[in-house]
Each structure stands twice: as C-alpha cells, then as structure tokens.
Design a protein around this ligand. Structure first.
Ligand SMILES: [Zn+2]
Length: 258
C-alpha cells in the first residue's frame, strides 16, 4: 500500500463504516491474476511499472471482503470459464459481469482519489452488490473473445480501459480472453464492430434463465483486443462524461430554481 492510502485503513472505503475489522482486498482478484498469469509479469499500478499483481491490495472491512468473495468473485470466476468455453451468458450473468467490472473500476477510482467521496447516491458496496436499478434496461453489454495469445505476449491482458471521471456507467477492459464494455444505449453505435452486444432486460428475473448471449471470438490475439478496446474506450469515456456533466448541470439549475 502506498503512503497516501494509509488513512483509508481507518474507514472502509466500500461501506463507509468505521471501527470495523479490516482486511485487504486485491484490486484485481487473485483468481484472475492466476488465470492471466500476471503474477509472473507484473502490472502498471500507482504510476509504477511491473508491480506484482498480487501486491496491489486495498483496505476493506472483513465483512465487505467476504461479501465480495461470495457474491461476486466466486460466481464471476466460474462465469469466465463459461464464457471462454463458448457456453454463453444469461441475463443475470450479464448483470453480474457488469457489477463486477464496476467493482474493479470503483476500487481503482477510490485508490486514485482517496480524499473524495465515491458517490453521494450510494456506497460502492451498495452499487456492486445490490441489483442494478432502473437503468438496467438501458445498459448494453459488449463482449468479444480473443482467439489466442500474441507470440510476443507472455501473459493475458488484465486491465480497465475506460477513463471516464464523472460517468459511473461506462466501464471497459480486457481480462484474460474476454474484452468487454458496458455502455448506455444511446452510445451503442460507438461499440467496435468486433463486439457482440446484449441489452439487459429492464427488470431482473427471479429465476436464473437460459443463455441468451453468445459473444463472438473476433479478436485474433490479445494485442488486437487491447488496441481496439483502448482506442474506442477513450472516445466512449468522453461521451459518457459529457452527458454526466450536462445532467449534473441541469440538476443544479433545477435545484437552484426550486
Ligand atoms: Zn466495508
């Protein structure tokens, strides 16, 4: 942990509780580090290169840590196996994958903004463990699979590519053999053509339901997948941020007038 994150040990950045037993959560989960072999090669973190991926941890309370493991990391680690084997994604699994990406992105955001409140609307824990609210039917999940590792790569990708600072919706990244992004429907056409797309049902079904989304294996290797995802993500991040800022301004104007 870097010096500037030390004060976060006092309060769980995830649920905002103080004085509860604390633990360490890996920003990138251990199962994914092992799956991508990044434990050997190291990642970029906190402005440094080649940081061992298992060393990138973040203080969270024991309770959040356990809940994340049980409700997100366990199911999503199995889901990756399903997706990479070409067995498809159910509507519920699509939601799970989105919340899991929000978790990684949220932890990274909090680590980079240790003095700023994550959101006034909800804690990160509420956001990633509760069912997605009324925005659900407007979310488009894009997924494309990578055929094989580039001859010069010695590990699989593991990283978030979205760079938005205001929008809390858009998130993208390439993890293992899965390139994925979550966008608001009005930006759907900005998703690169390699990605299969799936719109979530407006309301989550009680039952698990069948597989509905079979992402294509459209990237020949990891280099192509990361390149395409990164370039598209820069533009899509800007679009989402512009919208988030204009919505915020409209809300402030309304608040001032009332
Ligand atoms: Zn907590």
């Amino acid at each position: 942990m870097t010096e500037d994150l030390k004060h976060l040990k006092e309060r769980c950045a995830d649920c905002n509780r103080q004085g509860v037993p604390m633990n360490k959560e890996h920003i990138f989960p251990k199962w994914l580090i092992l799956r991508t072999r990044t434990n050997q090669s190291g990642i970029r973190w906190g402005g440094k290169h080649d940081v061992p991926a298992l060393a990138c941890t973040f203080p969270l309370c024991e309770d959040c840590n356990t809940a994340f493991g049980k409700e997100l990391e366990g199911p999503v680690s199995m889901l990756f196996e399903e997706i990479e084997q070409g067995r498809g994604i159910t509507d519920f699994e699509a939601e799970l994958l989105i919340r899991w990406m929000w978790k990684i992105e949220g932890l990274a955001w909090i680590a980079n903004h240790p003095d700023v409140l994550y959101s006034e609307k909800y804690t990160l824990r509420e956001r990633v463990l509760f069912p997605i609210d009324d925005i659900r039917g407007r979310l488009i999940l894009g997924v494309a699979l990578i055929k094989e590792l580039h001859p010069e790569s010695d590990d699989f990708p593991m990283g978030v590519d979205s760079t938005n600072e205001y929008s809390v919706v858009f998130v993208s990244g390439v993890f293992s053999r899965v390139a994925t992004m979550t966008v608001l429907d009005e930006f759907e056409t900005m998703i690169p053509s390699q990605f299969g797309r799936y719109r979530l049902a407006p309301v989550r079904q009680q039952l698990q339901g069948g597989k509905l989304f079979y992402p294509p294996t459209s990237f020949k290797d990891d280099v192509e997948a990361v390149g395409v995802t990164k370039i598209a993500s820069d533009r899509i991040s800007v679009s989402h941020d512009r919208m988030a800022i204009s919505l915020q301004k409209a809300k402030e104007k309304e608040d001032n007038e009332s």
